[in-house]
Design a protein around this ligand. Structure first.
Ligand code: ADP
Ligand code: MG
Length: 710
């Protein structure tokens, strides 16, 4: 029986405030709402308060004031009182930065620097002769102190109201940490009192605070210690998440065991053979083996749930396509889902010609399709006229129906969990699922986190790949780098130029990419394209399209290109401020080159002086290209220094629990979940009802539905 036909249990109303949209918070309109969707929600979902409160700060900025400039530390965020002395607009409009000279009581001075400045605004905020408090990163440039885009410029009153310790959140283009902090504060006030779901003995033993107190401790930390991985508040939330997932896992598994199994998908290999014949290369033995494993699973009359793990560039996409070919040979449809528009489009562009050579009908379905086009695709899917559909999460939407979906391939999954798997399963009868990921999760962890999942690993990269020549270069040698880039594009190469996002220094992120775009344009004119998250979707497509067609030679981008983009002709990767990136991120970024036959180069531009950890990171990047090794070193280097880490969990489907530090909690949650369900399989006791709230809170309620359906 399908779950949809049985009476649906509804979410406990006490959770309603947490499931309200973030756009209900003061100051969060529809435009910011969209950015929150991308930053904190699962792909394709609208961001709700629960998503926001699980988006935790990873660092603190100390804005305690220094009395004067000489007592402030260069290279750090400082807060100092100054007198505004002089405004120096750029000599020619639109060229160069706007500068404001300020001095302190002790004869020290500092230059405030603004790119793309609005003069009126600055003269209003910084009137000459007035005293202001400025807060931001203090730098030294050509022998004098400067602050580029101060985070704060305050009069006495504003300064008095500023909290001197400020949480720093993972942020994104257009949605700075500060705005997130404000929204999170408002969201915390709406967190209801929930019945405790953890046993009193466990609470006492682990020194866990209550759920709402734990949230408060993390969002309004009073010291760095509050954000440490072992801080009780963080552990409590991680345990909650793990307990919810373990309960759901056990419930789903016992349910699936009862259900009639899946359907056998047996192909004759003809379509796959035609696709393979059309490939300009032959499959690696890893790829062949993975395919054998997948096809063997598909042929079984039970549901496949398989993870295909392979480092960036190992060639997962073609494996996914050939698996889909088997499903089509067996007379059914297949879907491939990507986490972003850009990726979905790219997959489609690569897959369609190959599949069409083999006589298949392929379609693209994303959230951005026009209504008419979407209706047409939907109708064709429902009628079975489309064999393979590539898309974003839009594929999950209620109104999308398949005639007979046999296989769903989920690419580069980050946050997809059991939840999505069940949603996918509902799109058809006994849908097999293949998840592709570049995250190097050890097998044992995969098994404990996901239970019944099978694993295929692409161990080798396609032959003929040359190692990427990786170098660390001081940003002071920017001129040389620009020259080298010029030589590279004259020889026919294409170049990625990545600028980082800086959560602490809010206006700088996009400004930095735009600024770099402008300077490179002065050298290379129309050969340069720009891509960042604040651009309109159509502008992004245009930029990405020009680059992948080879019309643009240089793509200046923020980290939006991090995941999955594939332009084989691109052979140079420049990463500006490489010292600000984590190892995993650097590896992902570098993986964008080294895909074609040409020898590739990765230039890690850093700003000195480098700390020990940053130095080690860059050294490891130069030493190895092995994703697993890099992931290990990453864990080792993170140690105590890094707190929650920029990318929080690293475990797909989980946002609070971390595989590296929470293995004891995972074990605990597993044992507890087993015990709980052994005693109260229907969760009908008082504690059972609190646990049910927990399942809803962490969106593992599909499990509750399944239980009801039985
Ligand atoms: P990822 O595993 O990172 O998703 P892709 O599937 O994007 O990697 O593949 C990276 C590149 O390698 C693509 O340009 C693809 O065409 C190419 N490729 C895949 N398999 C092979 C192979 N066996 N031999 C040569 N090139 C391959
Ligand atoms: Mg990929």
């Amino acid at each position: 029986m399908s779950a949809a036909k049985s009476p649906r249990e509804v979410r406990p109303s006490v959770l309603n405030p947490l499931f309200a949209s973030v756009t209900g918070l003061p100051g969060v309109g529809p435009k910011l709402g969209k950015l929150y969707d991308r930053l904190v929600a699962e792909p394709g979902r609208e961001a709700r308060l629960r998503d926001l409160i699980f988006h935790l700060p990873y660092q603190l900025v100390d804005r305690h004031a220094s009395p004067y400039l000489a007592s402030a530390k260069i290279g750090e965020i400082v807060t100092v009182p100054v007198i505004v002395e002089d405004h120096q607009p750029p000599a020619r409009r639109g060229r160069g930065p706007y500068r404001v000279l300020c001095a302190d009581d002790r004869g020290g001075d500092v230059m405030l620097v603004f790119f793309h400045a609005r003069e009126e605004q600055l003269t209003k905020m910084l009137p000459i002769g007035q005293r202001r408090w400025i807060s931001g990163k203090l730098e030294q440039w050509e022998g004098r102190l400067q602050m580029v885009h101060p985070d704060r410029m305050m009069d006495e009153r504003a300064f008095a109201q500023m909290p001197s310790i400020e949480p720093v959140y993972p942020a994104t283009d257009g949605l700075p940490s500060r705005a997130i902090a404000r929204a999170a504060r408002a969201a915390l006030e709406r967190v209801p009192d929930l019945e405790e779901w953890i046993e009193p003995t466990v609470l006492a033993r682990e020194k866990f605070p209550a759920f709402s107190a734990a949230l408060k401790a993390l969002h309004q930390p009073n010291s760095l210690a509050a954000l440490e991985p072992l801080a009780p508040a963080r552990r409590r939330l991680a345990y909650d998440e793990l307990l919810a997932s373990q309960l759901a896992l056990i419930m789903v598994r016992s349910r699936l065991r009862e259900e009639a199994g899946g359907r056998a998908l047996v192909g004759d290999g003809k379509i796959a053979a035609r696709i393979r014949d059309a490939l300009p290369y032959s499959l690696t033995s890893s790829q062949q083996q993975a395919l054998q494993e997948i096809n063997a699973d598909l042929a079984q009359p039970k549901r496949m749930m398989r993870l295909l793990q392979g480092d960036v560039g190992s060639g997962k996409t073609i494996v996914g396509l050939l698996a889909m070919a088997t499903a089509v040979e067996a007379g059914r449809q297949a879907a491939m889902m990507a986490p972003t528009e850009i990726l979905a489009r790219q997959h489609f562009e690569r897959i369609a010609p190959l599949a069409e050579t083999a006589g298949l009908k392929v379609a693209l379905l994303t959230g951005r399709d026009r209504a008419a086009a979407r209706a047409k695709t939907r109708a064709a899917l429902a009628a079975g006229e489309i064999d393979i559909v590539v898309g974003t999460h839009a594929l999950f939407q209620e109104d999308v129906e398949f005639r007979d979906l046999g296989l769903a391939v989920v690419d580069e999954q980050h946050r997809f969990g059991v939840h999505q798997r069940l949603l996918l399963g509902r799109k058809g009868e006994a849908v097999d699922v293949l998840v592709m990921t570049a995250t190097p999760i050890p097998r044992t962890l995969v098994l404990t986190f996901f239970g019944d999942i099978e694993l295929s690993v692409l161990k080798e990269k396609p032959a003929g790949r040359q190692p990427i020549d990786t170098r660390a270069v001081d940003l002071e040698r920017l001129g040389d780098v620009v020259e080298a880039v010029g030589r590279a594009i004259r020889s026919g190469a294409q170049v990625y130029w990545v600028c980082p996002l800086v959560a602490e220094s809010e206006e700088l992120d996009v400004a930095a990419a735009e600024e770099r775009f402008e300077t490179l344009k002065q050298h290379f004119g129309d050969d340069v394209a720009l891509l960042h998250g604040q651009m309109r979707a159509s502008e992004k497509d245009e930029a990405m399209g020009r680059f992948s067609r080879g019309e643009a030679k240089i793509l200046v981008a923020t980290t939006v290109i991090e995941v999955g983009v594939d332009v084989p002709n691109a052979s140079v990767m420049v990463i500006e401020h490489a010292e600000r990136f984590g190892l995993a991120q650097l590896h992902q970024l570098r993986g964008r080159v080294g895909r074609g036959a040409a020898r590739s180069t990765c230039l890690l531009l850093y700003k000195g002086p480098l700390g020990e950890t940053a130095k080690s990171r860059l050294a490891i990047m130069r030493e190895t290209d092995d994703g697993f090794r890099i992931a290990e070193e990453d864990l080792r280097l993170r140690g105590e220094g890094d707190l929650l880490g920029h990318r929080q969990s690293g475990m797909p489907g989980f946002r609070l629990a971390r595989p590296d530090v929470d293995s004891d909690l995972l074990q605990m949650a597993r044992d507890d979940a087993k015990l709980i369900l052994a005693r109260d399989a229907e969760l009908s006791s008082a504690r059972g009802s609190a646990l049910r709230t927990l399942l809803y809170l962490f969106e593992r309620d599909e499990a509750v539905q399944l239980m009801r359906a039985g």
